[in-house]
Design a protein around this ligand. Sequence first.
Ligand code: GLC
Length: 643
Amino acid sequence: MDAKDDQRLLASLLDTIHVKRGNAEFCSRLGVRFSALQKLFFLLYGQRNDTLYWYTELIRLLHKSYLQRPTELRNIDRRRERHPEWLLSEHLVSYMLYVDRFAGDLVKLQSKIPYFKELGVNLIHLMPLLRCPQRDNDGGYAVSNYREVEPRLGTMQDIRSLASMLRREKMFLQLDLVVNHTSDQHEWARRAREGEKEYQDMYFIYDDRTIPECFEESLPEVFPLTAPGNFTYVPQMGKWAMTVFHNYQWDLNYTNPRVFLEMLKNLFFLANQGADVLRLDAVPYLWKRLGTHSQNQQEAHWICQLFHACTRVVCPGVSLVAEAVVEPKEVVRYFGEGENKGAECDMTYHVLLMVLLWDALATGENAVFLRCLQSLPDVPSHATWLTYLRCHDDIGLGYDDEDLRSLGIDPSLHRRYMVDFYSGRYPGSFASGKIFMENPRTGDARISGTAASLTGLEKALTTGVTEDVDRAIQRLLLLYGLAMSFGGVPIIYAGDEVGYCNDYASLDEEAEKADNRWIHRPRIRWDTVERRKVAGTVEERIFRGMRRMIRVRKETGEFSFRARRRFIDTGDSRILCFLRSLERRHTMVLANLSDTFGKVDPLLFHWTGLTGKVVDRLGGRELLPVGNTLIIPPYALYWITRS
Ligand code: GLC
């Protein structure tokens, strides 16, 4: 079809669904995206004989959802259409939390807004809060109703109130949309179980093991210990359902256009409650293909692009995060590539940076960090990374093996070292984490633990050695400081800002003991958080450090994602150094990754344009070399500008 055909089809579709000609904003947005929408939809569903029916339904849904969009949110859409760079700002700092563990419920959460302001965080990510079964809910990632809030947390009205309170404070709300699967208690799954073919078609349901067995030949296991295999026998149906994650999370079948449309409705529904950012869960898994590992398939990207194009028509102020915990080169593809660069997701987790931060701390060296980042392609303008040390999930060691080999490092030995180090098994390790999902067949293993436990605070507090406590705090602030200055939107996991250690009590609880990720999703006790006000306590020292970093980040235009980053070789492999530059302003980030004294030649500052006196803006003092050496203490982090 050429452009004229496109226009004709658009005009006839608008007539069919009775769009008023006066609806200029909708028509113009749709006009801009129409070719892209059509191309994507037909790429995905063009083989069917009812494609045009579903395509008309899609356009009808866009129109209806546009009309339902509240006026206040429409005004925000218009502002963000003019300023899509809002996401790149140095002012954004994300904070992720489970509502019940943090505040109890959504109403009580409102009273924590002053706390967010005190710390300086402003993009508040509420972990899954939609209705889900009491047990078997994977931390809320097994949704049984996308239109209701889990009753013990509150109601949709509470979300709307919270969203508008946050807006008044110039803060933003992020919610999860679990797009890849539903709970087996979702109505679609229930009706599928009861034998309704229409609903069975929304999932991957098989009469016997023939196709499942073909899939199993190449499908990896996400939770090999607790949910081995990728299919579950459902006695009531007498059939097998595809369940890539847990056996109660049924994978949705996106080859069926109805699935896409239903999930898009859910997306608009959440957007219209006032979410500024939606995190699309587990997007690499959206399309399955026999004979492959069924991750990152081209169609999964088309689906994300279609979600994106549709939001640009209905709610362009809403940004999409791709949760893609896959190999580094695959992660960047979720920003869109080639002619689709920038037309997929607006943010993705910098999974590689996360691993490299922990790598740098364990090895005390910058080599792996620098090498692995070198081969990573650029991010399109208007899109950005989420930079983080850890989230609610485990830390997987997703390096690119080739990068490690090019440094003469054996990838599996190196991973083993990292797992041993962070689980505390390695002699002399400061960390106390837990091993997550060690797979005896493949040797793979991941790590659980809070940032404080992994940086040594847990052990240090047990032994009570003051210097160890000091070091642990320095390490924690060092890693967070790198995440805040690297480029992207940094995320703080609730509790890290006051040094919460692992919560082992969760391992005794029936619903949580099989999944040690719960140790790093601590329940916040506000009496301990209050200790941030008592000078010299661990809580106060960490909170003060974090707050200062956030404040300085917000004052530093060079920390916006628009600014460039250049790595600098200081000649000392213990030092990680990079320069962030915007227009003619520069800030140098200088970090000692090791527990020994590092040194740099102060001429470095002159070479990089930082002439005259230089100050560390974090410590708020001038950096004074001794002769021609500047000594960098263990785990020190400086953000250096001209005085
Ligand atoms: C995502 C979530 C994780 C969950 C999985 C299955 O990866 O972050 O917590 O277990 O999806 O929904």
